[in-house]
Design a protein around this ligand. Structure first.
Ligand code: ZN
Length: 410
């Protein structure tokens, strides 16, 4: 994707500031003529920033302004080891709310909406991001945080919430609970804003149908503000991103070289105006692609496709590269299969075995689903899995991002 002149100008300013005030980037760019960066090609020679670098800067090594300008920190939920701390200035907090309000507007949400927020509040960026954006928009916030399904549903009915903000797995859990309790008529939801997570078309359709809502994917990560840097519109499932705040590259995760526009690769983000902890060429490990051409909605903001997965979910089994989204594509073509699945990969007696657990819809034949899924998997992905059908509800649901692929080989 071509960098615009405006972006290049913003970048030069950003890099100039970093070389003056950021100990982190002074160290990283040691020996590089940063002032001499004049073109996109020059920029593409700069080294990447990795999550590991951010961990090493713990706790406040990323701070790129005097401490009196920092008003808040957030921390990414590191599952292992040292967390990452991102400091924010007042302007960062405000810019993030501006992007988030723009995201809500892209989804057709207005100041007359009542927004029920179920992602967590605290060190991570979810709940508070949804809230600040909604307040900037002028909507009414119902700040629930996660869990306590009884209370969620009660508030949803009594407050007549019109927008639900949630992870896809929690939205599914709520949708199932609403169906189970037969309270669909008392629910007034119109839209669901679903935190960025790779999720299948089938799950999307199920949530949309059971809740009776239009769904929007909102993208973002704690290292780069938080959720709200991209969202899809009503005309497309791909997400418009705010290229006046972030510059995005799509690279081959193995070589670090840009892929052809439209091909799948890793999303790499540079912040254009961030103050507290700007990041240059940050490797997100999220896989997606640029969606080319103009969106029918008329928005000038460029688009990223729905996430395909994580670079670390990309698994190689018997010589085939497998992305979770491919598996979802197969599942969606099998009638009796639900949207919920899990993959286990084991190495047994010198052979790789891929086991696909799938929840089968009530009334459908498990044997037929297993057979159909097995042969379609072979045709579309190129290898034969061991399919294990299970009942609806047997696979774990979680309020956090769900993990679908377990590689037990190493
Ligand atoms: Zn659009």
């Amino acid at each position: 994707m071509q960098m615009t002149q405006t972006q290049l100008d913003m970048l030069k300013v950003q890099l100039g500031k970093l070389m003056k005030h950021s100990a982190f980037y002074q160290e990283k760019f040691k020996g590089i003529d940063v002032a001499g960066i004049k073109t996109q090609e020059d920029f593409e020679k700069l080294p990447f920033t990795w999550k590991g670098d951010l961990r090493e800067a713990y706790p406040l090594g990323l701070m790129a302004v005097p401490e009196k300008e920092i008003v808040r920190i957030h921390s990414s939920s590191g599952t292992t080891g040292t967390p990452v701390i991102i400091p924010y200035t007042k302007k960062d907090v405000d810019d993030w709310a501006t992007m988030f309000a723009r995201s809500y507007e892209m989804a057709g949400i207005t100041d007359m909406d009542r927004i029920q927020i179920t992602p967590g509040y605290g060190l991570w960026t979810a709940g508070i991001g949804f809230q600040n954006g909604a307040e900037k928009l002028g909507a009414m916030v119902i700040p629930m945080g996660p869990g306590n399904t009884d209370k969620q549903l009660r508030m949803m009915m009594d407050m007549k919430s019109t927008v639900l903000c949630a992870t896809s797995s929690y939205a599914l859990l709520l949708a199932e609970e609403i169906a189970k309790r037969g309270i669909g008529k008392q629910i007034h939801l119109k839209k669901g804003v679903i935190g960025s997570e790779r999720w299948g078309d089938k799950m999307r359709k199920r949530i949309a149908k059971e809740l009776g809502v239009s769904l929007y994917d909102i993208y973002g990560l704690t290292e780069i503000y938080g959720p709200g840097i991209a969202i899809n519109c009503d005309h497309s499932t791909s997400m418009h991103y705010w290229d006046d705040f972030v510059y995005i590259e799509i690279l081959d995760p193995k070589t670090g070289i840009p892929v052809k526009d439209g091909e799948i690769g890793e999303i790499v983000i540079t912040t254009l105006v961030k103050e507290g902890a700007p990041l240059i060429r940050y490797r997100t490990h999220d896989l997606s692609r640029f969606v080319l051409g103009e969106c029918p909605c008329g928005s000038k903001y460029p688009r990223l496709d729905t996430l395909v997965g994580r670079t670390d979910d990309m698994v190689k089994v018997k010589g085939c590269n497998i992305f979770p989204s491919q598996v979802e594509d197969v599942i969606k073509d099998v009638d009796g299969a639900s949207s919920e699945y899990q993959i286990m990969i084991d190495h047994i007696e010198g052979k790789d075995i891929l086991t696909l657990f799938i929840e089968v819809k009530k009334g459908a034949s498990k044997l037929d689903v297993a057979h159909e899924l097995g042969s379609l998997f072979k045709i579309k992905i190129g290898m034969t899995p061991l399919v294990k059908p299970v009942d609806i509800g047997e696979l774990p649901r979680s309020e956090k991002k769900s993990t679908r692929v377990f590689d037990n080989r190493y």
